[in-house]
Design a protein around this ligand. Sequence first.
Ligand code: ADP
Length: 950
Amino acid sequence: MKPLGKIKTLSPSKTLFWVIFTPPLILSLAAVCFLFFSRISDLEQQLDNKALIISDLLVSTSQVALASNNTPISPQLLQNALSYGDVHNIEIFNSKYRIVAETGAAPYLPSPTLTEQAVSEQKDDAIIRITPIYHIIPTEVDEISGQPDFVNLRTPNHLIGWVKVEISKDKLAIQTYQLISLLALFFAFFNSITAYIAWQASNYLARPSEIITGAINNLVKGQFASAKSLKLSPQFSLLEKGIRDLAERLESHKEELNAGIEQSTEDLRSNLDSLEEKSAQLHIANKEAMESNRLKSQFLANISHEVRTPLNAILGYTKILQKNLVDDQQKIYIDTIEQSTNSLLAIIGDILDFSKIEAGKLSLDHGDVNLRELVDDVYQILSASLLTSEKQIDLVPEFSEDVPQWVTGDAVRIRQILNNLIGNAIKFTHKGSIRTKVTVVKQTSEQLLLSFKVIDTGIGIPENKLNRLFKPFSQVDNSTTRQFGGTGLGLVITKKLVEQMDGNIDVYSDQKNGSTFYFTLNLQPSEKTDQTPEKLNKQFILLEPSHLYRLYLTHYLKSIGVQCTACSTLEQVIAKLGQQDTDIDGLLISITPSDKSANEAHELISYASLQFQIPSILMIQPPGQTTHYPALKAICSSTLLKPISHKHLYHALKTISLPIQIDAATPLLPKQQPNIAEAQTPIESQPAIDSQAQQTESEQQTHGLKVLAVDDTPINLQLMSHWLTPNGIEVTLAYSGQQAINIAKENTFDLILMDIQMPEMDGIETTKQLRTLEAYQDIPIIAVTAHALGIEREKMLLSGINAYLTKPIDENILLNTIVKWCTKKGNYQEQLNSEIANAFDVNKALEIVNHKTDIAKEMFDMLADTLEDEKRLIKHHFEHQDLEKLIHVVHRIHGASKYTGTINMTRHAGYLETHLKELGFEEVEGVLEDFLDAIDQVINARHWIKWPQE
Ligand code: ADP
């Protein structure tokens, strides 16, 4: 590889030189070699021939002498032979191998090998030829001469001697040297000339390229002057020009570049200065930020503490008030205050925990924890606050057998984790169940690794949002339809707590089947031993409509020695009671918080105790509370809140007995929960209206107004109702957008108060739909929102909302807004009177019955009571295009209305009846609508009719 490398680095002229010179060099070498070897071979051949000729000559001349034995060989003969140039030595041997004649110098080969054949031997210094000499005896005699015939010899010859001739190579050597000198001379001469020519040619051809290379090298080095003065032969003039141009351009470019670099360096220097300044400022700002962050955490901790203190006072006094209050309405208010305060406390707790975790200051306690009781407790507390009569979910704990009753850990924090996960599960589940599964993953004497799963059948979490869950302040649903509030910190805190207990948390969820949050906790076994409760050995009938809960209860009852017959319906229980084939110790009855269910349970319990002296235990699903059903409570051995606590159920089962109070006269209907919308009780604690005068004035303005309040939070609705009702406003409550639309279709209102954030259909959508109804195109709709900002506000106004109030609402502002928007339409009472006058003529009604007010009122009421049903019937027949039945209903109303003063309705009934009879369903829509409006008019006017006093 090295020589190649060398060749590679040769200059172009040298390369060219070798390219031109190498072929003649090789050729001349070949020619010289050829000449030399062919000449040497010729000379050697000549010597050989010389040896042959001399040998043959001597053989023929010495033959006779050797044959006759005594005749000596003529020395002259040998001398003659020696006179041939180059003969070094001649020897003649007889048949006895003895030299008989010899001449010349000392032989090179003194004792040769003599054979019957002629031999020629090449030595370094000589050529040696040995030829045998035969004696030829002629057997025939030539007829003419009478001499022996030597031509036609027929007898075998006799070997009589040998001739050895040595030819010296001395001359040949000299000739060789001469030849070499000659050829070398020729070779040198020829190649010198060729090399000279090759050198000249290569120089001529390679020179310009070397100059160009040099010029480009100079360009590269930035020596533009030498490149610009480049001179090439005329045939390269274009190239020369190009290189000069290039040099010029590069030179100017370099100058520009240098100028630019100088400028940039200058800029850089000044930037560096300002950067240094900025970095110093940043450093200071960073320090300040860190300090303010520390202050923020401290502030958060302080403020949380400061807020907790008054909240505790509120809670404390609320508890005292709860004990002393007798008025149900006020009790509800106090309960609401308590609930709200608790939520506030929870939020503050979250924030405090979060700031503690952020500051790494959260530490764990170690104590004995009864896991089963803890889960029961969490279920109890959460179900009481989160379940509603519409949302009835089964809350089922599932502990595997090997989970010990007692473990060592931080009870408060475990409760917090479960509270958050189960709380979320209840919030986001509308029907079905929430199961909490606890199993042992690993247990040693030191360690107890437990796995928890909170499995719900709720709305689930979209896959693309799962990764947000454990990030602070993030909630899956940020839209206005978000159903539940919250800080978005729950799961973050939960995750931190789980990790602090050396566990992991994760979730899988799909929007069909719900979510499962699963986590592990690394706890320690407790020294406290499990206590298996004493077996009760009782027989019970269980009434539990939910399959899952029934299974769960049956399983638990079995574990404490209670044999139970599980029923899902009341009828099954009655049938079992009727059989009476075994001794039943009691009934375990589960009811949902509805009047129907309570009534049925009441009858069943009474029946069982009166007929069979079998006591009952009642289980109520929240939000139903034992206090809501005092009548039921009185006839039960004990009442438990679902999900049942094992401890309470065990106690209730153990101490079951017939209550003393039971008698047949116990009222069958449970005490109704007061309907706040209808409550007319004056509220002493009403804070917003300052003076009596003011109250009277606003009452006058608002009296008789019909307001529809829409909000998904019962607490807010209660508050509205509480503020508006004392001002003479008739408040109707709707708990969802859909419900509001349904109510609005059936009634008329003067104003609607609309919450914006609602599940399923938010306030904006509800308003849009209301505005499509003819009756609601001009009715003021006032939004009540916590989101009165930017786009939100625009969106609201565009949807048809007239104005908005921002939460928290001030009572005075609310009333003023209502007055302002209702009086905008003109005098409300006037409008009302004209509306009533249109629908109903009191004089006409009285005239027909001879001014007997009570008869007129009774007749009117009889008709008015049926109107709602009749309306539905009309719509139904119209939808099913049942002409005959429709005419029949319209005719009935027409007839009845003639005697009740309902002039407008009578008129429209007449129109419709005639139309139907004459034209059938053809273009009846308008006439039918007018008739239905007239019916609505009567229904609405009904409350405002002032009958004369008798
Ligand atoms: P917050 O403290 O405000 O309740 P979390 O961190 O506990 O916040 O929950 C964050 C969000 O995760 C919730 O707002 C909800 O959108 C979603 N989420 C949590 N648990 C569930 C669940 N079981 N089903 C559906 N969504 C859930």
